[in-house]
Ligand binder design. Structure first.
Ligand code: IPE
Ligand code: IPE
Ligand code: MG
Length: 236
């Protein structure tokens, strides 16, 4: 079976999962961290090279202050709790997103997570935090301009070098849990030819069964990238 080399996931549905249990939303986010750790290890076991997850969007600042600060605090707790385990399992961690608006403490936690796993090669986990696809395109253009790249030299490959995920190939499979069928400003540039998979499963419940279903569906897709289908390719 063809395994996607790069999987991207919009981890949605934490709040609804908690609500169903008459619990505060934070309880859902906490369970979401456990689902993430499970998923990283399952993807590594299946031979996925890159996993990129949407943890906090540029637009999530619109949520109530308590929820936003709860999420920031949860990141610190999650790094303290799981960094050692992920590092031992060969996970390389990268954070993608605008670091300017987050606290010094959080920036330090990200730096620690990246530095202590930089040598790992089994799977690269990119955590999109304070990330938006539009932000990414704008920051890439700004960097290119500030480095003095001439307009005539700025083609797709060149701009891609400045995008936040320049360390990874484009995602092959784009999964969104939680039942919403939209991209919500995730990898607008990189997902141009990703296969999309939407699941009703709420993120804290995501596990091997859902990953199997997504990968099986991915293996059935005929990726044409604008060219002819596989039957015609075989004839040619
Ligand atoms: C996704 O779950 C996690 C974040 C956006 C931080 P939600 O918090 O959006 O959960 P729902 O969509 O309200 O259920
Ligand atoms: C997308 O989920 C962002 C993350 C999962 C981090 P949202 O819950 O913020 O998206 P909308 O508001 O339903 O589009
Ligand atoms: Mg949501």
């Amino acid at each position: 079976m063809t395994v996607p080399r790069h999987v991207a996931i919009v981890m949605d549905g934490n709040g609804r999962w908690a609500k169903k249990r008459f619990m505060p939303r934070f309880f859902g986010h906490k369970a979401g961290v456990d689902a993430l750790v499970r998923t990283v290890l399952s993807c590594a076991d299946r031979g996925v090279d890159y996993l990129t997850v949407f943890a906090f969007s540029s637009e999530n600042w619109k949520r109530p202050t308590e929820e936003v600060s709860g999420l920031m605090g949860l990141v610190l707790v999650a790094v303290a709790k799981y960094l050692g385990k992920l590092a031992d399992k060969g996970v390389r961690i990268r954070i993608v997103g605008d670091r300017d608006q987050v606290s010094d403490k959080l920036r330090q936690a990200w730096e620690q997570a990246e530095a202590s796993t930089a040598h790992n090669t089994r799977i690269t986990l990119s955590v999109a935090f304070n990330y938006g696809g539009r932000w990414d395109i704008v920051q890439a253009c700004r960097q290119a301009i500030s480095e003095g790249v001439p307009a005539a030299e700025l083609d797709e490959a060149k701009l891609n070098q400045y995008m936040a995920l320049s360390h990874a190939p484009d995602p092959d499979l784009f999964i969104r849990t939680g039942g919403e069928v939209r991209i919500s400003n995730f990898l607008l540039w990189q997902a141009a030819y990703s296969e999309l998979f939407f699941s009703d499963c709420l993120w804290p419940e995501f596990g091997d069964a859902e990953l199997d279903a997504a990968f099986a569906e991915y293996a059935r897709r005929d990726r044409r990238f604008g060219a002819v289908d596989s039957a015609q390719r075989a004839q040619a």
